[in-house]
Design a protein around this ligand. Sequence first.
Ligand SMILES: Nc1ncnc2c1ncn2[C@@H]1O[C@H](COP(=O)(O)OP(=O)(O)O)[C@@H](O)[C@H]1O
Ligand SMILES: [Mg+2]
Length: 419
Amino acid sequence: MPALEHVQPLEHRSGRTNVPGAHGFLGRLRRRRAQREHEASVICFANALRGMFRDACAGIGLCQYVSVAAGITVRTPRVAEVRLGPPTSFTVELMAGQEPADFTSKDRGPRLAHTLGAHGLRVEPVAGRWVRIHLLDADPLRDGFGLPSLAVATGAESVILGRTEDATTLGHAIADPAHLGVQGQNGSGKSAFCYGLLAQLAAAPDVLVTGSDITGLLLGRAWDGTAHRAHQVVGTQDIAAHAVLLEDLVAEMDRRLETIPPRRDTIRPSPATPIVLVVLEEFPGLLRAADALPKPKRGEGIPVGDRIRTAVLRLLSEGRKAAFRVLMLAQRFEATAVGGGYARDQFALRLSFRVPADSLEMLHGADARPLGQEHANAAPGVAYLSGLGRDCERIRVPYLGEYGEYVDRVQRFGRRAES
Ligand SMILES: Nc1ncnc2c1ncn2[C@@H]1O[C@H](COP(=O)(O)OP(=O)(O)O)[C@@H](O)[C@H]1O
Ligand SMILES: [Mg+2]
C-alpha cells in the first residue's frame, strides 16, 4: 500500500501529535492492519448484500427456475460491483426478459427495498443489459421544497407541479387541455398546493383565475385589486351566488363554442379570450351546503345543488375546447360527492394527497392499490400524480410557506384590472 506513505497521518491533522505509536514502524503496521480489516469488511458486506439480493429476488419472483439433473435450481440476476456509498449501490445484469423497471414496479420495488433494509430503490441503466441499483436509505420526498417567487408570462408556459422521487421537476402548462382533480384528507396539503399553482398563474395576461371557494382562503380577499377577483365567489352566506357564477361561466363557454373560427376545433387562448381556470375549492362542501337549502316548490325553479352540478358537468365535458380548465378540490373523489362518475372521469390530471387506500384506488385505478397502505400516512405535501402520459408516481409539491406569503405573491404578481 505505498500510496498510504504519502498520506498525512490523521493524528497530525487533528493536532494530536503525541499519541504513542502513531509514527514509525508500529504506526505503519497499525494503519496497514486497519486498511486490511476495512477491505475485508467491505468484501464481507458485498457478499452479504449479494446473498440478500439473491434471496429477495427469489422471494418476489424476479428469478428463473432452471431444471438441472439434480432437480430445480433458482437463477437470479447477477450482482457485480458493490459500492459502499452512501447510498449503497450495486450493478446487476438483467436476465433474459427482464427490464430495469421490473425492480421498481409498484408490487416489487418496495418489497425488494425493504428486504435489503432500504427505504426505496433507484435503478439507473448503465450499459447493455446492466443496471445500477441505488439503495435509498431515506425517503427522497422527506424534505420540503420551496417555490421560487416566479410567475409564468403565459398559460402556455409550464408551472411547477412537484418533484419526483428521482428529483425530476414536473411541470404542466395550464394551456394543455386537462382538468385537474385534487383529493386529500383535511390537512394533507391540497390548498397549499393550489396556493403554489395559482400564485404562478396570477400574472399571465391570458389566464383568468375564477371559481367558487366556500372557505374564502384560496380565492377571495387574497385576490382583491386583481383582474381575477370579480370572477370569484366565496363564503357560504350566499350559496346561490356560486350557482350564478358557474352558470355565467357556462354561458361564456357556449358563446366561445359558437365563435370557434372555421377550420379550427379549439379556441386559441389570448388576453381577449383567456384560459378560464375554474377553481372549485372543497366542491363536495359546496354541494352539501347547496343541497341543504330549502327546495323550491314544484315549477318554481331548479334546486341550487342541481344547478351547480349541471353547470360543473358542462364545464367539465365541453370546456376544454373553449379554453376552460377545471381545478376541483375534494377530500375524497367519490362519484356522488363530485357530481357523478362521469364528471370524475373528465379529470386527465389527478393528484392524491394523504387519503385512505380505497380513495387512492378510486381516483388512480387498480394500479395504485399496492401504494395505498403507505400513502394513507403521507406527510402534508406528498402526493400521487397520474396523468401527463406518465405512470402514477409519487411527488412532493412545492410549498410557499406561510399563508401570508401566498397573499403577498398574488398581490405582487396578480394581473391588475384594466381601468
Ligand atoms: N407542501 C407542504 N410542505 C410542508 N407542509 C405543508 C405542505 N402543504 C401543507 N403543509 C402543511 O399542512 C397544513 C395543511 O395544509 P392545507 O393545504 O391547508 O391542507 P388541506 O387543504 O388539504 O386541508 C398547512 O398549514 C401546512 O402547515
Ligand atoms: Mg384546504
